[in-house]
Every structure is written in structure tokens, then in C-alpha cells.
Ligand binder design. Structure first.
Ligand code: ZN
Length: 249
């Protein structure tokens, strides 16, 4: 039935999301940055909105020659010759540098994870056997508890049959209660310990799954840059050493 918009009722989160909220937000921001880049420079490229001049803080704009693409401080346009960071940087050069830097980071984490996995294999076995032994202990205690329960029944019988008097009965019941409480406390402690080791085992398994997605990157694209890089700063060339600093955040 068609209804006017004023009569619509809107209820959020009734369907399972196709992508999670965080990814959705990231993409929204990325799309906004893209359109911004189109408006100001007319060009969308991988590093759009990410590369800045270390000297004056302005963005590095893209400049093309017949052979190569470059980035140069946007404060260096004709008539705005204010920034001392005059030299451009080749676009493919910067891509190579950034790709290397990202891969180095991934490798550092990846190696760490391989070590961690080896360690966790052992840990996992340790946790499993620990849980097993605790479950065995619990079983033994339950057996003992069962026995004292039977003892309680025979105690009643003895009292009914006049084998023990009231005084003796009271004392034996007291003993029984203390023992029962001790068993219950022990079982509670064991249950807590079992849960602790189970949680540890689970955490290890999730970690392993998370880290296995990391691999060496072959090339850069906008999504990778969006994921890994906040900003890149290009310094002016040091004329003595003929080098320049590139800061990747
Ligand atoms: Zn500059």
C-alpha cells in the first residue's frame, strides 16, 4: 500500500548488514576525499589527498610530462613561487618507496605471527591437556560427593534404627555438611579454571585466523593506501647530500 512519506515508520538495524558499519564509514570518507580531489585538482589518483609538502604544508599536486608523472608542491605554481621545496618527485618512484615501506611493516608482523603460531601450537596442546586433567579431577570429586551422599542416607537409617543417638547424629551431620561444602567449593574453583583455559584456547584460535590474511603486496591501489596510510610528507632536497626525506604516516 502506498503511503505518504509523513506516515512512514523507519526502524533501523532490522536486517543484517551487507558490510559492517566501520567499513561503511571508511568507504564514505574515502568517497568524500575522492570527490574533493576531483574538485580541487581535476585528477583522482592513488595518492590523492595524501601527499603534502613538508616545508609549507600544502598538498603535492600531480604534474605530467610526456614521459613521466610527478608530484610537486602546489605552492610552486606560476606566480606563487613561495615554497623552497621546488623539486618534483616521480610518481612511480614514490609508489615504489611506499609499497616497500608497507611490505616491510607487513613482513615484520608476519614473521612475528609465524613465531607466535609455533608457540601457540604448543600452548594449545598445553591448554587441552590442562582442561582434560581438570575435568578428570572434577569427576573424582563428584564421585566422592556421591559417596558421602550415600553415607548421609545410612546415617539416617542408623538414627532411625537407634544405632546412634541424637548427639552423635548431630555431630556426624555437621561433619557431613563441612565435607559437602568443601567439595562444592573445589568443584566451583575447577569450573572457573576450566573456563579460563577454554577462553585462552579460543583467543589463540581467533588470532591465528586474523593474521593469516597478511601477505606480501604486489602493487598499490587506492584501497590499500586508504587502509595503511594517513599522510605522506615530502621534504625539499638537501643540496649537500642530494637526498630528501619522505615521511610516511
Ligand atoms: Zn611546499
Amino acid at each position: 500500500m502506498n503511503k505518504p512519506k509523513s506516515k512512514w515508520i523507519r526502524i533501523e538495524n532490522t536486517h543484517e548488514a551487507i558490510i559492517d558499519e566501520e567499513t561503511f564509514k571508511k568507504v564514505q570518507i574515502a568517497m568524500k576525499e575522492r570527490t574533493k580531489a576531483i574538485k580541487t585538482t581535476g585528477i583522482i589518483h592513488n595518492f590523492s589527498g595524501k601527499v603534502f609538502c613538508k616545508e609549507c604544508g600544502r598538498y603535492m599536486r600531480k604534474k605530467n610530462s610526456s614521459k613521466h608523472e610527478y608530484l610537486v608542491c602546489s605552492n610552486n605554481r606560476d606566480g606563487y613561487d613561495d615554497c623552497e621545496n621546488k623539486a618534483s618527485i616521480r610518481y612511480d618512484e614514490l609508489e615504489r618507496i611506499v609499497l616497500d615501506a608497507i611490505n616491510k611493516k607487513i613482513k615484520a608482523y608476519y614473521d612475528e605471527e609465524i613465531l607466535e603460531q609455533e608457540k601457540s601450537k604448543n600452548n594449545q596442546n598445553r591448554f587441552t591437556s590442562k582442561i582434560k586433567s581438570l575435568e578428570h579431577q572434577k569427576k573424582e570429586i563428584l564421585k566422592k560427593k556421591e559417596k558421602t551422599n550415600n553415607y548421609l542416607k545410612s546415617l539416617y537409617e542408623d538414627k532411625v534404627n537407634g544405632i546412634i543417638n541424637n548427639e552423635q547424629f548431630k555431630e556426624l551431620i555437621n561433619n557431613y555438611n563441612t565435607e559437602e561444602a568443601r567439595y562444592n567449593n573445589r568443584i566451583k574453583a575447577i569450573d572457573e579454571e576450566i573456563n579460563y583455559y577454554k577462553a585462552k584456547k579460543e583467543t589463540l584460535e581467533t588470532n591465528k585466523m586474523l593474521f593469516s590474511k597478511y601477505e606480501q603486496l604486489e602493487s598499490l591501489n587506492r584501497i590499500i593506501i586508504e587502509e595503511f596510510i594517513d599522510k605522506i610528507y615530502i621534504s625539499k632536497i638537501n643540496t649537500e647530500t642530494n637526498t630528501r626525506n619522505i615521511q610516511i604516516k
